[in-house]
Design a protein around this ligand. Sequence first.
Ligand code: NDP
Ligand code: 8X3
Length: 252
Amino acid sequence: RSSIKNKTVLITGASAGIGYETAHAFADEAEGQLKLILTARRVEKLAELKAELVKKYKEIKVYTAGLDVSKPPLVKEFVQSIPTEFAEVDVLVNNAGLALGRDPVGEIDVSDIETMLDTNILGLFTLTQEILPGMKKRNRGDIVNIGSIAGRNPYPGGAIYCSTKAAVKFFSRSLRKELTDTKIRVIEVAPGAVKTEFSLVRFKGDQAKADDVYKDKEPLVAQDIADFIIYACTRRENAVIAEAVIFPTYQA
Ligand code: NDP
Ligand code: 8X3
């Protein structure tokens, strides 16, 4: 096993769901001996999360920053403004992402297409580009990309979202091959259905439609994915869990 203690972990989309639970999971694994950089657009949620973590672990160091990953200039600005103490990122969790709607091709709102592409693809690519040079210099680091079963098993009404997650898978595979002469690990985690704010966001706040996704089913919880991320990041340095698909038992 390798240790998380004293590492610096950057998580996007830490204000809810998988990102939020992953922040807690890293803090717990390191028993508070950790530097966390937590980002999302909803800074008030990040402030609440920071307060919870600091209450639990006096020694933990948490830097929160409002960041919309879909805007490359903001991503660059954010990376340049990370305080020196947090600047050497050991683990990057590219988690921020979303689906919008279930409309068939031909009827999809162009702004929804742009938002999905810019968040799930452009955001992930841009932040990785900004963080990778430092990892290369130090010849260490883990890049955890949150893909999806949707990037492997596309479904009607998901053409754009599924394409973005297929892009995450192939970006991860290319990058891993580029980095074989380094100690940097690229880990793609591809969940099935996880009950988070995901469906509420997809259906633009329509709670009934969101609830219907999980009706009479038992989806995963965000903690299941967070636990796996910790597992992958604590393997011996030379062991890379390259890709993992995680389902609830009702999916296959
Ligand atoms: P949530 O909606 O609960 O969380 C999504 C997070 O992404 C929020 O913290 C949100 O923060 C952030 N986010 C969205 N857009 C942006 C943006 N432009 N800039 C920065 N942050 C952003 O969903 P999940 O936790 O379920 O989703 C996390 C990841 O997991 C996503 O990539 C999703 O595609 C993936 N996934 C989810 C599955 C599921 O069934 N839930 C299954 C497979 C993959 P804020 O709004 O504050 O910016
Ligand atoms: C989220 C899982 O199948 O709802 O990535 O698209 S799915």
